[in-house]
Design a binder for this molecule. Sequence first.
Ligand SMILES: O=C[C@H](O)COP(=O)(O)O
Length: 252
Amino acid sequence: MRSKIVAGNWKMNKNVAESKALAEGLVSELNGVSLDNTRVIVSPTFVNLTTVLAATEGSAVEVAAQNMHQEASGAYTGEISADMLTSVGIKSVILGHSERREYFGEDEALLAKKTDAALANGLEVIYCFGEVKEEREANIQEKVVAEQISGALFHLDAAAWSNIVLAYEPVWAIGTGLTASAEQAQEMHAFIRGFVADKYGAEVAENVSILYGGSCKPSNAEEIFSKPDVDGGLIGGASLVAADFAAVIKAI
Ligand SMILES: O=C[C@H](O)COP(=O)(O)O
């Protein structure tokens, strides 16, 4: 059975003291809350990973990285490898976020390499994708999303998919206050699950968690999460306040 997951992407926010306080605040908010089959993940910047790991130790809150380099080591100034992440206790990494694609030129060919490196090191991959506004207006969002998924992930064998989480994030909804309607999210998530099923079969498709991201917050999370193919969320802005993020988690 696939997991429900609510993941907070802190992006380039929070210094070390603020990260510690936010992590501790979240642990406190979740104290006594029954999470059942729901995983909670937070994703601080690289420099704050170990602080947040320590602050969440012994709690249900997991910690993921926001990115990693595809090579194992070498002359790549400013970069972080999969082995470096696992060596400090990280078990998951976000790859392919639209901000990485837009500002750092990441494409499917590169993301396939990053995915391979992550999986080879035992990391779970939270793979992000989604169409931009113009693509939605042109009604080619399914084609765009299919290419983003197949280009980076369809070289994997079926077994590898037990370590893949998909995160559909329509770019027009990220940080804009515009949210896909629950129906739009469900429609796309059902398409994605069908697309994975066509390639790998129903079992892989039924077991992969598909998260929604884009202006998801306490006021709309419950409706979005109520849809059958929406298995949780990748939350940006609302994950930066412990009470708000806890409210989104409780909505699932
Ligand atoms: O990774 C998270 C997404 O970019 C969503 O961000 P947002 O909730 O601030 O729109």
